[in-house]
Design a protein around this ligand. Structure first.
Ligand code: GUN
Length: 297
């Protein structure tokens, strides 16, 4: 069997098309465009390229995006003050505010992220938004986790009663995704196993997965023999490796081997990545709508 490919690029494009209409309606009604502010600290090439793709995608759907760059030497207090100033409107109207991660090691990332007020927190990282998600009444869902669930729903992969195994317990992906897939309703009702670096017999857990999500950031973590025949395999990893003398992006899954056993598989690049960006735009539009007391979704 060769797996069906989960085309994140195509799905992100169709999501962008509907967000563009929704943004245009917002502009008609409120005579301004929704606005996202991104704080980028330091000069990690990967972060720079993720932020550039967020900026480009915002432009495509009619959301204004401003990127505020800070040097890698910026202190925690300086970043907290900057985030508070942006949130207070010192840099103009703001609907969504995000701080690109990772932050430099000397920075207290929790202090900086906690300075983002929950109503602007389009990353869904604030404890209030995380709490709402854990109670099954989400407001802003972390973008990558939301993108994975959207991909599953769009492909018609059934989740109710199925066993989802997530490898990686990060606050950004694994943990919120475990909440989403185990919540009541469409795209949920799964039985979820959340694996991590201390899990015994990782391969055994993976082999029992109807839906297998790899979200660790380690190339080759999921090998072909760890995939149950017919399973949906979703690869959240984005790793830059040198292969055949060239620099390439690969996921956490051995794609060539896994696709021979899986029923569905997401590629890297072109899988979850574009959906993360689309979900960020959706959250920004939602934040703008909530700010004016309008929520059509
Ligand atoms: N770095 C990697 N993924 C993310 C994300 O979803 N949000 C932010 N702010 N930074 C990231």
């Amino acid at each position: 069997m060769t797996a069906r490919i989960l085309d994140g690029r195509g799905l992100a494009e169709s999501i962008e098309n509907s967000l563009r209409d929704e943004a245009a309606t917002f502009v008609d009604m409120f005579k301004r465009r929704p606005r996202l502010v991104v704080v980028l600290v330091g000069d990690l090439p990967a972060s720079g390229s993720y932020v550039a793709s967020k900026e480009r995608a915002a432009g495509r759907v009619g959301i204004d995006a401003e990127v505020i760059r800070m040097p890698a030497s910026a202190a925690t207090a300086e970043l907290v003050a900057l985030v508070r100033a942006i949130a207070a409107g010192d840099r103009g109207t703001v609907d969504g505010l995000l701080v690109q991660l990772p932050l430099p090691e000397h920075v207290d990332a929790v202090a900086v992220l906690d300075a983002v007020p929950p109503h602007l927190d389009v990353d869904g990282f604030h404890p209030e938004n995380a709490g709402l998600l854990s109670q099954g009444r989400p407001r802003f869902i972390p973008c990558t986790a939301a993108g994975v669930q959207r991909m599953i729903l769009d492909a018609g992969i059934s989740t109710a009663g199925r066993h989802a195994v997530i490898v990686g317990r990060s606050d950004i992906v694994g943990r919120p995704l475990a909440l989403l897939l185990s919540a009541k309703g469409p795209g949920g009702d799964a039985t979820v196993t959340l694996c991590h670096s201390r899990s015994d017999d990782l391969a055994d857990h993976c082999r029992r997965a109807d839906i297998l999500v790899a979200a660790v950031g380690r190339p080759g973590l999921v090998t072909g023999d760890m995939v149950k025949p017919g399973a949906a395999v979703i690869d959240v990893g984005i790793n830059r490796v040198e292969r055949d003398g060239a620099s390439r992006l690969v996921g956490d899954v051995d794609f060539d081997a896994a696709k021979e056993r899986a029923g569905w598989i997401s590629p890297v690049p072109g899988g979850v990545g574009p959906l993360t960006v689309a979900m960020l735009l959706a959250n920004t539009l939602l934040a703008a709508e909530l700010s004016v007391g309008k929520n059509p979704r």
